[in-house]
Ligand binder design. Structure first.
Ligand code: DLL
Length: 432
């Protein structure tokens, strides 16, 4: 079923009943098939029969990335290797990769979830979809690919690595949709502009995710490319792209709640947050066979809203992601999220969305330098004088973070471009 019309949506009560039935089944399944969960439940004195419905989910243990790493590579799989038909892995920055195994049914459900997301973004079987997420162990490429194929669209498996070819084929094939990270789309838009191809493309929607981005950047991309830009979320451990996506109203990301049960918790107390309160997103997979997960702590910070969307969909919606719990930097005792810097810089119209934060320690004192590119449209000799602009940026940063940063305005195309997940922080303190 691809949710496209109001009359196909479940009521909240119907959804809860479905989630309850699926949770009960999942708990029984993991208890009998994953020794790790059986032991965890036994430690808590829990038997599968103690979980009678979705309201009992709070009794269940959490799962973390470390649990996956400790059971590297296949230790948490619930089926024999012979039933696993695909492996993906996410490398992260430290330690061993987390490895995810999919059964045939898992792959079918995954492609359906991505197909729903693409449908929310207006993609149909008449579209030509360029998939410019990386193919390989990363879930972006193959995940988006199978969802687009499921819809019956014509899929162009570009992957990353050759932006010039991508823009050429975009024009030659008349691609109408693109799936890639938002930072890569920004880079693609610069290439199209530089090569005078903007009025030759037929792209009408972009489905971007895999990294945090601001609403301002989404709107700027819509304007500069004359498209609709959608935010798609997912993570390898839970599935890949397609866990949630925003519809044409852009009022939060609709969760595929019949497969992934979301909770928002306070990471310090581990207690549930209220609707609308920022907290850590936790997912329980309620239909997965290969790697089912109970209460997986994503470390992603967001909010949840259960009201009916303007589009008529009844599914819970996640707010725009504010970053990750582990993205937080402590600079001179102040907690700083890169997303705060990004949002503050977006207020300054003379700037592009390209920035880099460089954190260092000089004479035992933390320093923060923010390098930011000027928007080419504002690149005049006057701007090159820049003192006024530097002061303005320093002010918005101080307002947002409560600390002073050294601002360095750089010319367009100076900072390194990304084809995958963008890197916005260099923390030299870690080198000491
Ligand atoms: O990034 C899966 C994906 C591919 C999602 C393509 C969307 C599009 P991982 O490499 O395991 O999987 O990274 C997952 O990326 O926990 C978030 O921190 C971040 N992330 C993913 N989507 C978004 C988004 C893929 N829309 C991690 N907004 C997650 C903000 C996102 N952060």
């Amino acid at each position: 079923m691809i949710w496209n019309k109001t009359k196909e949506c479940m009521s909240r009560d119907e959804m809860s009943a479905l989630q309850s039935a699926r949770l009960v089944k999942t708990v029984d399944y993991v208890y009998h098939n994953v020794p790790f969960y059986r032991e965890k439940m036994q430690q808590l004195g829990l038997l599968p029969g103690d979980i009678k419905g979705i309201e009992d989910i709070v009794k269940l243990p959490f799962t973390t990335k470390d649990d996956l790493r400790d059971n590297y590579p296949f230790g948490l799989f619930a089926v024999p290797d012979s039933q696993i038909v695909r492996i993906h892995a996410s490398s992260g920055t430290t330690g061993k990769p987390t490895v995810v195994g999919y059964t045939r049914k898992d792959l079918d459900i995954w492609s359906e979830c991505v197909a729903r997301c693409l449908t929310m973004a207006g993609v149909t079987n008449k579209d030509i979809v360029q998939v410019a997420y990386g193919y390989g162990l990363f879930t972006g490429g193959l995940g988006a690919h199978s969802g687009a194929e499921k819809i019956g669209a014509m899929v162009v498996p570009m992957s990353t690595g050759n932006s010039k070819k991508l823009t050429t084929l975009m024009v030659d094939f008349g691609a109408t949709a693109i799936c890639c990270t938002p930072s890569y789309l920004l880079h693609i838009s610069e290439i199209l502009k530089a090569e005078g191809l903007l009025d030759k493309i037929k792209i009408k929607s972009a489905i971007c995710g895999a990294e945090p981005w601001t609403e301002e950047m989404r709107i700027d991309l819509e304007k500069s490319l004359n498209i609709h830009a959608h935010d798609i979320y997912g993570l390898s451990e839970v599935m890949g792209p397609g866990v949630a996506c925003d519809c044409i109203y852009h009022k939060g990301l609709h969760v595929c709640e019949d497969h992934f049960y979301p909770e928002i918790i306070n990471s310090a107390t581990m207690q549930p947050q209220k609707q609308g309160e920022l907290g850590e997103l936790v997912f329980t997979t309620i239909t997965k066979e290969g790697l089912p997960l109970l209460r997986y702590r994503t470390k992603d910070l967001t909010t949840i809203d259960y009201s009916v969307c303007d589009c008529g969909r009844t599914s819970a919606r996640l707010g725009r992601f504010k970053g990750r719990v582990d993205d937080m930097l402590i600079i001179r005792g102040v907690n700083v999220f890169p997303s705060q810097v990004e949002a503050a810089l977006a207020e300054v119209k003379e700037l592009s969305h390209h920035y880099m934060m460089i954190v260092d320690r000089v004479n035992n004192l933390d320093t923060l330098e923010i390098q930011v590119e000027v928007n080419p449209e504002y690149l005049t000799d006057e701007i090159r004088g820049i003192e006024k602009l530097t002061a303005k940026i320093g002010h918005v940063i101080n307002q947002a973070l409560g600390l002073n940063a050294k601002i360095k305005i750089v010319e367009p195309m100076t900072l390194k471009r990304s084809e995958g997940k963008a890197v916005h922080v260099i923390d030299n303190r870690k080198l000491y």
